[in-house]
Design a protein around this ligand. Structure first.
Ligand SMILES: *Cc1c(COP(=O)(O)O)cnc(C)c1O
Length: 398
């Protein structure tokens, strides 16, 4: 956590907690580094569903080739902020209205998820044309991943046996231009695993295009670049990934590869900051009850992990009684909800934690606030802070 962020948090009043604090400077540097690691023939879209906070998007807008949206709502949101940036629209279950919106608002790519969706599209085109990718659920073995969305039965994408019928529809439809294939198979892949997958996908796509006489201009290999909540310092190896893609592309001349990461782009820039309201013992175990909870940061409950955090000690204590505290022992960090599922971190060893201390949960920049069940129990919403200071220059001693 940068000093500038710690300082900002220290200056927050208790009533401003919980707070989501976004480090826009860190996000910009991270996005810049990702882009710099990728070969020129790789286009990067940001998957808006990871976090569509307008200020984050505005930072990312300078470093990505476009945005991937998965609903009419996201499409409207992104188009409103970026009138000209390319948008790819994917996701299962697009309604007729959403498909019409995609055409009206000029999406650059439509990712087609089924034959029925393709047929629906043909009824809505009028005199317009549209560029599509067919999203395919390839029969590729995935191994251990955090979230598998393909390579097995799934509601996402086209089964390979369906593709032939789609090609027949497309061949008879001049208004639909097939640019290539889209494959988002899993989330939580490290660079080596993602490259191996990309290799398989590109080979499959080339053979498939050859067999069906399809001109293959583009393959979107999806997002899912892994992040490690247990080891926040172990980031996805973008330089290795970029170098690997560079080698792969040499075997596929003329092909454009697209990626659409979400989590790995924004997860590190967000902090969910709160305060220990109470520290108590129950049947021998220590619990810290925090302001807020999983209705603001649902991620640890859905992913069943301990959300990484750091303690920001607050020394002032102006109550007449002894301050409840824990010393060198495991503490379970829970929120204010009346459910045993409201756990942010379970039996995590702490040196020292007291009522009144602040806790900053790390890796809260993606799939955090926006996937949480805000309305449950009607607690106040957090405050939001977007910090964009560059690091304070350190004075040099000549
Ligand atoms: C969710 C999603 C992404 C982004 O996945 P991350 O794990 O956040 O990188 C990309 N493409 C599709 C189709 C998705 O559904």
């Amino acid at each position: 956590m940068r000093t500038e962020v710690v300082r900002h948090i220290d200056a927050l009043a208790d009533e401003e907690l919980p707070a989501y604090v976004y480090d826009l400077h860190a996000l910009r540097e991270h996005a810049r580094a990702i882009r710099a690691a990728l070969p020129e023939r790789v286009e990067m879209l940001y998957a808006a569903k990871a976090n569509s906070d307008p200020e984050l998007l505005s930072v990312l807008g300078d470093h990505v080739d476009g945005f991937e949206v998965a609903s009419g709502g996201e499409l409207h949101h992104i188009r409103g902020l970026f009138p000209d940036t390319p948008i790819a629209f994917g996701g299962p279950g697009k309604t007729p209205r959403e498909l019409a919106q995609a055409l009206d608002r000029g999406v650059e790519r439509l990712h087609i998820e089924s034959e029925q969706e393709l047929r629906l599209l043909t009824t809505l085109l009028g005199d317009r044309t549209v560029d599509i990718l067919l999203r395919v659920n390839l029969p590729i073995a995935l191994g251990q991943v955090a979230l598998a969305m393909g390579g097995q039965p799934s509601p996402f994408g086209l089964d390979p046996v369906e593709i032939g019928r789609c090609l027949t529809i497309i061949a008879a439809e001049r208004r639909i231009r097939l640019r290539g294939i889209h494959v988002h198979l899993a989330s939580g892949l490290d660079a080596t695993a993602h490259l191996a997958l990309a290799d398989d996908v590109l080979s499959w796509a080339r053979d498939w295009a050859h067999a069906h006489r399809v001109e293959l201009a583009e393959v979107n290999i999806g997002g899912g670049m892994g992040v490690d909540y247990a080891r926040p310092d172990q980031k996805f190896d973008w330089p290795a990934f970029g170098a690997g893609l560079h080698r792969l592309l040499a075997r596929h001349p003329g092909l454009t590869v697209r990626i659409e990461p979400g989590r790995s782009v924004t997860v590190y820039c967000g902090w969910y900051v709160t305060q220990v309201l109470d520290l108590k013992r129950s049947h021998g175990q220590a619990f810290a009850v925090l302001r807020g909870g999983t209705h603001h940061l649902r991620t640890p409950a859905t992913k069943q992990h301990n959300q990484p955090f750091r303690t920001l000690p607050v020394n002032a204590w102006n109550r007449a009684w002894d301050r409840p505290e824990a010393h060198n022992e495991p503490v379970t960090l829970v929120g204010q909800l009346c459910t045993p599922k409201d756990v942010l971190a379970q039996r995590v060893p702490v040196d020292h934690l007291r009522a009144g201390d602040r806790i900053a949960f790390a890796m809260a920049g993606a799939y955090a606030w926006n996937i949480s069940h805000h309305a449950f129990l009607m607690h106040p919403a957090p405050s939001f802070h977007h910090l964009d200071h560059a690091p304070v220059p350190t004075t040099s001693h000549a």
